[in-house]
Design a binder for this molecule. Structure first.
Ligand code: PCA
Length: 223
C-alpha cells in the first residue's frame, strides 16, 4: 500500500515534457499565416481564418496564426522570423484567390515573381537566382483535398499559385526549409472569396473547417 502511494506520487511528479511528439523539433506549434487586404477586397478571408483559429488546438498542437503584409520582402521576412521564433512542427500559409470557387491546395511553388512599378507590370524575375525553378509543397496535398471533400467542402489541387505574394511566400518558405535542413511540412492554400463578397464564395465556417482538416492531415505526418 505504502509502495503504491510512493509509486503514484513518483508518477505524478515525473517531469512530463511540455511538448511531446516524435519529430526533431522542440515546439508544438502549427504556424498558420494569412494576408491582409488585397486586390480591392477590404477583408481577406485568410485574415478572418487567422483570427478564428489563432490560439486554438489541433491534434495537441497550438495554432500560432499571423497576418502577413502583401509585400514580397516584408512577408517573407515576417514568416522566416516566426519560423525561427516558434520552430513550428508544420507551416500552412493561406491567401485569397478572388476567382476560386473551392479551397485550392497548392502543389507547386514557382521561382518566379511578377514585378510592378505602381500598377505598371514590368515583367517576371526569379525569386532566387540559382535556386530550383519550382518546388513541391511538403504538405500531404492529395490527402488534404480528399479529406476536405469527404467532409462536404469543395476543394481541389491547384498547380499554379500565381506569381505574386502568395507564390512568393510559398516558394521562399519551402526554400528556407530546404536550405536549413528542416523537414517541417510546409505549403500553401488559396481560399475563395467569402459568400458575402462574391455569389460563388464560401462561408467562413466552411473555410475554417477545411483548414482544420488540412492541419489534421498534416499532423498525421508529424507524429
Ligand atoms: N492573395 C494574393 C496575395 C495576397 C492574397 O491574399 C496572391 O494570390 O498572390
Amino acid at each position: 500500500m505504502k509502495y503504491a502511494l510512493i509509486l503514484s506520487l513518483l508518477i505524478i511528479a515525473a517531469p512530463v515534457p511540455a511538448f511531446s511528439h516524435g519529430g526533431s523539433n522542440s515546439s508544438n506549434y502549427i504556424l498558420l499565416t494569412g494576408f491582409g487586404p488585397f486586390d480591392g477586397y477590404a477583408v481577406n478571408p485568410s485574415e478572418m481564418v487567422v483570427e478564428e483559429m489563432n490560439g486554438s488546438t489541433v491534434d495537441g498542437a497550438m495554432v500560432m496564426a499571423i497576418i502577413l503584409p502583401v509585400d514580397f520582402n516584408q512577408s517573407a521576412e515576417k514568416i522566416r522570423k516566426a519560423i525561427e521564433k516558434y520552430e513550428p512542427v508544420a507551416v500552412i500559409c493561406m491567401g485569397l484567390d478572388g476567382y476560386a470557387r473551392k479551397i485550392e491546395v497548392e502543389k507547386v511553388a514557382l521561382n518566379i515573381k511578377s514585378m510592378y512599378l505602381g500598377d505598371k507590370f514590368l515583367g517576371w524575375r526569379r525569386i532566387e537566382r540559382g535556386a530550383p525553378l519550382f518546388m513541391f509543397s511538403t504538405l500531404p496535398v492529395e490527402k488534404i483535398v480528399e479529406s476536405i471533400e469527404e467532409n462536404g467542402t469543395d476543394a481541389r489541387i491547384s498547380y499554379f499559385a500565381g506569381t505574386y505574394s502568395c507564390n512568393y511566400v510559398f516558394y521562399s518558405t519551402l526554400l528556407y526549409m530546404e536550405e536549413n535542413g528542416k523537414s517541417t511540412p510546409a505549403g500553401f492554400i488559396h481560399l475563395p472569396p467569402l459568400k458575402s463578397q462574391k455569389s460563388y464564395g464560401m462561408e467562413l465556417e466552411e473555410m475554417v473547417k477545411g483548414i482544420k482538416i488540412a492541419m489534421h492531415e498534416t499532423m498525421k505526418e508529424v507524429y
